[in-house]
Design a protein around this ligand. Structure first.
Ligand code: ADP
Length: 510
């Protein structure tokens, strides 16, 4: 197998002409692997209504931060600025929590059916503006428009519809004992699925009568601010949803704020641990959805072409910026070679480039910092003796890019087999027996997700009972549904989001 050094450089003559609103011009369309030529298929941006500057959304209004500071949110595919976004300070966080506490008094007493009506309205507004939301999600975060359009935004709407339906049926969700909402929820979300993480947090909180202060990630705040506009459009009572933007310190202030009754965090394990330490003894409820290093196990009886597609989707979806990404591929030794031949052939056909192009499979890395982390971990893989394969692909000269990558000759002790890379990098290991597959799959400090490919139903059950992961996908991968609880074990966190289990995280019972 060809080995090439990790590289993110591009040939200088590939420099694209940036278009207004981001993306690259037609001259940047290169056939992946040199086999096919594709006509450019860029999604239009002329319908966007982005403001030059966004303030904090507190008590139903956009308000400048007390210190008057803003930071730029950029397009990671071009490094061009998209909008200035307010940087909240401690005073702003306090004001947002106070507004949410005031709103809680009436929102929590509203009949469930009335809360449901607001959530249905929000769900419909998301559908009405789905094209705009998908484009902004791709511009701000770098993910392919095909994913934001066909996966992220439909799931966002689904989450609001699903929880709208629950709002007047909560006595059936929690039968046999009274239940109460918790109060103000401080919710901190990451940059990989900005609007989807917002939906996972806000929809169940509101359905159960809580109010919210949400802190989006500093590199992807824009769709949360568009959502704040939707809250205004829906006539949601002031203070029920507040959005404070800014960096990590804003999140730290929010989770520590005395008026917050429940903290929901999705992000890195390191920050999750810090939050857990900070909240110890505070009496606040906490749910954490953290990192992962999922095993994707393929047996020799698996339908090979489907499994190849599943593995590709498992790791290269959203550039591998996925906490449940199938980043460790466990292949049964007897078929590892033919499988890898097909997998690398398929990798060479992945189209890396302009996130707004409808033919793009792998978009931009979310930030310079994340690109640095991926590059460093990949270099460690090479240094520790693993073999790197990257298909030939030309990367745009501006923006943050990393080619789809695959490591063979990986030892379980290698950093690339143990640490979450959060990028388009797959580490391949082999196994001989189902028992060895389980042992290798569980040889991780994480426990968020896993995948298994086999024709045998009995083996699927056997494996899924033994793999320590919150979600086990069988003969598929990365399937999500608002009704299905999602969450982890061990250093992947605790608590579940989605389904009745997810609702339960937002109520006090008994
Ligand atoms: P990543 O390393 O993948 O960027 P982080 O865990 O750092 O993930 O970020 C996830 C979210 O947590 C972001 O919104 C970030 O601003 C926020 N955050 C970062 N540090 C802290 C902290 N100490 N306390 C609370 N939130 C934080």
């Amino acid at each position: 197998m060809a080995t090439s050094p990790p590289t993110t450089s591009a040939t200088p003559d590939a420099a694209p002409a940036p278009r207004p609103g981001g993306g690259h011009g037609a001259e940047d369309r290169r056939p992946a692997g040199g086999r096919f030529t594709y006509a450019p298929a860029p999604e239009a941006t002329d319908h966007l209504r982005l403001r030059d500057r966004y303030e904090l959304f507190i008590d139903g209004q956009f308000r400048p931060p007390a210190a008057g500071e803003h930071r730029l949110s950029i397009n990671p595919a071009t490094e061009e600025p998209l909008a200035e976004v307010a940087e909240a300070g401690p005073e702003d966080v306090e004001r947002a929590v106070a507004a949410a506490a005031r709103a809680f008094r009436s929102w929590s007493r509203l009949p469930g059916g009335r809360r449901g009506r607001y959530l249905f309205r929000l769900a419909r507004l998301i559908q009405e503006r789905q094209r705009e939301l998908a484009v902004v999600e791709s511009l701000d975060g770098g993910k392919p428009i095909r994913e934001s359009r066909d996966v992220d935004i439909p799931l966002v709407a689904q989450h609001f519809f699903y929880h709208a339906g629950w709002a007047d049926k909560l006595d059936h969700a929690f039968p046999g004992a009274p239940w109460r909402p918790l109060g103000v929820c401080g919710q901190v979300i990451p940059w990989n699925f900005p609007l989807m993480m917002l939906a996972w947090k806000i929809a169940p909180a509101l359905a159960t009568g809580n109010t919210v202060v949400l802190k989006p990630a500093e590199t992807t705040p824009l769709t949360a601010l568009l959502f704040a506009e939707l809250c205004q459009q829906a006539g949601l009572p002031d203070g029920v949803v507040n959005v404070v933007t800014g960096g990590g310190p804003v999140g730290a202030q929010l989770v520590r704020a005395p008026g917050v009754a429940k903290v929901a965090f999705t992000g890195s394990t390191a920050v999750g641990k810090e939050i857990q330490r900070a909240l110890a003894g505070s009496g606040k409820r906490l749910s954490l959805e953290l990192g992962g290093k999922a095993a994707h196990v393929v047996f020799d009886d698996a339908p090979m072409d489907q499994a190849v597609e599943g593995v590709i989707n498992g790791i290269y979806f959203n550039q591998g910026h996925v906490c449940c990404a199938g980043s460790r591929l466990l292949l049964q030794e007897s078929m590892a070679e033919p499988f890898l031949r097909r997998l690398t052939r398929r990798m060479a056909r992945l189209r890396v480039g302009d996130p707004l192009d409808k033919n793009t499979d792998v978009g931009a890395i979310n930030s310079r910092e994340q690109l640095g982390r991926i590059t460093e971990l990949v270099a460690s893989g090479v240094a520790q003796g693993a073999r790197l394969y990257q298909p030939p692909c030309e990367l745009p000269s501006r923006g943050f890019w990393f080619p789809p990558s695959l490591f063979t000759d990986v030892a379980p002790s290698h950093r690339i087999a143990r640490e979450e890379i959060f990028g388009p990098v797959l580490a391949v290991l082999t196994f001989r027996t189902p028992a060895e597959a389980v042992e290798r799959a569980n040889n991780t400090r994480y426990g968020l997700s896993a995948g298994v490919w086999t024709q045998s139903g009995a083996r699927i059950l056997w494996m899924s009972q033994r793999m320590r992961a919150g979600v086990v996908w069988a003969n598929t991968y990365n399937q999500f549904d608002a009704a299905a609880p999602f969450g982890g074990f061990r250093e992947s966190g605790f608590g579940r989001e989605g389904g009745v289990q997810g609702l339960a995280a937002y109520v006090e019972r008994g």
